[in-house]
Design a protein around this ligand. Structure first.
Ligand code: CMP
Length: 140
């Protein structure tokens, strides 16, 4: 089915100047960018986005990292977009990410892991609405 998912290019990958290389991977896999913005998240915005992880031991480090520089946030649309994006990203820990995935090629650690992608269609809808009003998402 045609789906939408939320993708974030994290501060490490923005700093490495690989936004374009990551966008090319989305495009070559048939995912369309239907909304996008660069943003330096506030602490409150990062804490709210990752609220489901609030009790996890890595929460504070995750928030600190996500506010360490600007991120690139986009909505990707395509057939099976949620799973397709997760396949392109590879495992959360780049040491476990399959060769040729975004994290294998651009990530340094489980914290600085280059990209975020929604893990389910349900969370995708929540995450897209967190950053983009419906009027800023362009059906294509
Ligand atoms: P992300 O997909 O953005 O969702 C939560 C993030 O927490 C995850 O990517 C990792 O960058 C980070 N993280 C740090 N430690 C862990 C861990 N042990 N398990 C899962 N995520 C972790």
């Amino acid at each position: 089915a045609l789906e939408r998912t939320l993708s974030i290019i994290k501060p490490d990958a923005v700093a490495k100047n690989v936004i374009g290389q990551i966008y090319t991977r989305f495009e070559q896999a048939g995912l369309k960018v239907v909304a996008a913005k660069m943003k330096h998240l506030s602490r409150a915005e990062a804490e709210g986005f990752y609220a489901v992880h609030r009790e996890r031991p890595f929460f504070n480090a995750l928030v600190e990292f996500m506010i360490s520089g600007p991120v690139m946030i986009q909505v990707l649309e395509g057939e099976g977009a949620v799973l397709k994006n997760r396949e392109l990203m590879g495992a959360t820990n780049p040491k476990e990410a399959a060769p040729g995935t975004i994290r294998a090629d651009f990530a340094d650690s489980i914290d600085a892991n280059a990209v975020h992608g929604s893990d389910s269609l349900e969370n995708a809808a929540i995450e897209i609405a967190y950053f983009f009003p419906a009027t800023d998402v362009y059906a294509r």
